[in-house]
Write a protein that binds this ligand. Structure first.
Ligand SMILES: [Zn+2]
Length: 51
């Protein structure tokens, strides 16, 4: 699973592929991969809070 964050409203979700529409407000928006993959990310949640 990959963690995604809506670049418009900040809504986050986990999915293999991000939805085309934001579930939060039903508009098409861009999802950013915020999964923990950068060295130094040790939040323990799988989400990098710096992204
Ligand atoms: Zn959104």
């Amino acid at each position: 699973m990959v963690s995604w964050k809506c670049s418009n409203c900040g809504y986050t979700l986990e999915a293999d592929v991000p939805p085309e529409q934001c579930p939060s407000y039903g508009e098409k928006c861009e999802f950013i991969d915020i999964s923990c993959y950068i060295p130094g990310c040790d939040t323990g949640t799988g989400v990098d809070n710096r992204l």
